[in-house]
Design a protein around this ligand. Structure first.
Ligand code: IZC
Ligand code: ZN
Length: 418
């Protein structure tokens, strides 16, 4: 048996449990002083304080009195894509809106052209670099969407690249089918035909190869309506794909209401989420997966996170890493924005990027807290307490990432600890 004993943890800060935390419970974080964690074959076997139990044959990692938290879970990324879209920054600075760029055949559709031109290996090689960077910033589990193929062959190629990366990279990946990310140019005059292609060809093909756990739709003005989204997500459900939804990012066209009604596991963005959408998500048990770095990057408003917590909707925070609206993969920046822009406490933010993030991708029983039975996923921080992480805007405070019991000394060796 492979055993790793992490000793001399100054403070271990972690939420507890195997389900999303809502309301006041989102801010309840356990803090154990002078703690240790024993990881056996990649899974946490025991956690304690003071003198650790005898551990013959175990490798010992001295945390040097540092803060430890669970590994970060990035529950929303568009990880697999060809090319970048840096030229859109200049358009944005001229005031051209995101949806106008898309309507003119740019935006998502320009990434679709680059993705269709790339092989599975090229897509995976590019994404591997991003995953290396994410790991160095403390991410140990990450959701990854397709959605830049918009044809069966390329959507499957993206999902196969995710599967290959999940086998070869330390970060655990959770695949989501997002064939309904935009209307492809060839179907501009026949939306119904593309929706039939999604429901009758793509979803069955994805399910046949077991390439995705979730089905997602971009429910937005000029993209897919709420009724079209319902049709696609119901088709996904029939094939065992659990629903997720990009909802209320730019216009409130009923996405959050729909997410609650169909029992979506998560609804994403929610920048302009109305009160009845919040109530619907609370009733449906839907986790709100909020993406503050996207609001920052688009110069948009910030989702009503505090109202969601108060209404009993579990809140997760993620990067939305993608080549257009948010080319950021740094969960620490997301954590700072969670405090500064959503007015969440550092404890609520920690739960949002660990246990609630895990719940948003169906993994709350495997990761998201430092407890026996969960994966041995921890971050050791150049910080003495949680407040320091959210306070040091823009720095990488990671000292060591431990993924399934294996330590990775990424991070920033020159950072000044608290
Ligand atoms: O490529 O612009 N919002 N999808 C929905 C995105 C942003 C990704 C992109
Ligand atoms: Zn997205």
């Amino acid at each position: 048996m492979d055993r790793l004993l992490v000793t001399n943890i100054g403070v271990l800060a972690t939420p507890a449990g195997t389900a999303a935390k809502r309301g006041a419970a989102q801010g309840e974080v356990r803090t154990l002083r002078d703690a240790w964690v024993m990881i056996e074959d990649g899974v946490i076997a025991s956690v304690g304080t003071g003198q650790p139990e005898a551990a013959p044959g175990a490798r010992v990692l001295d945390a040097g009195g540092r803060l430890a938290t669970p590994g970060l879970v990035d529950a929303h990324t568009h990880l697999i894509f060809g090319g970048w879209r840096q030229d859109e920054l200049a358009l944005k600075l001229k005031g051209v809106p995101y949806l106008d760029i898309l309507a003119q055949g740019g935006g998502i559709l320009s990434t679709v052209r680059a993705t269709r031109a790339a092989s599975q290996e090229e897509l995976a090689d590019k994404a591997r670099l991003a995953l290396d960077e994410m790991l160095a910033f403390g991410t140990t589990t990450c959701e990854a969407k397709s959605g830049y193929g918009l044809d069966t062959e390329t959507e499957l190629r993206q999902l196969r690249a995710i599967r290959a990366l999940n086998k070869s990279h330390p970060i655990d990946l959770v695949p989501t089918f997002l064939g309904a990310h935009a209307l492809p140019e060839a179907y501009k005059e026949d939306r119904a035909a593309y929706i039939r292609l999604l429901c009758e060809e793509m979803i069955p093909a994805v399910a046949a190869e077991k390439l995705a756990d979730f089905c997602d739709v971009f429910c937005e003005t000029g993209v897919f309506t709420a009724e079209e989204s319902r049709t696609i997500l119901e088709a996904g459900k029939k094939y065992g794909l659990r629903p997720k939804l990009h909802a209320d990012e730019i216009d409130p066209i009923g996405g959050s209401r729909l997410a609650g009604e169909i029992g979506a596991v998560s609804a994403e963005h929610l920048i302009v989420c109305p009160q009845d959408g919040i109530a619907s998500m609370a009733r449906g048990g839907t986790t709100a997966c909020l993406l503050p770095a996207t609001s920052f990057y688009l110069g948009a408003a910030y989702a009503p996170a505090r109202a969601m917590v108060d209404a009993g909707v579990p809140v997760a925070l993620a990067t939305d890493f993608n080549p257009g609206s948010c080319p950021c993969l740094n969960m620490q920046l997301v954590m700072s924005l969670g405090c500064l822009k959503y007015r969440l406490t550092p404890e609520e933010v920690l739960t949002a990027v660990t246990l609630n993030g895990a719940a948003a991708i169906g993994l709350a029983d495997r990761t998201g807290s430092a407890e026996p039975g969960k994966w041995g996923d921890l971050v050791l921080w150049e910080a003495g307490d949680l407040n320091y992480i959210t306070y040091r805007l823009g720095s990488n405070l990671v000292h060591t990432v431990i993924k399934r019991g294996i330590p990775y000394q990424g991070g920033n060796k020159n950072v000044q600890a608290s």
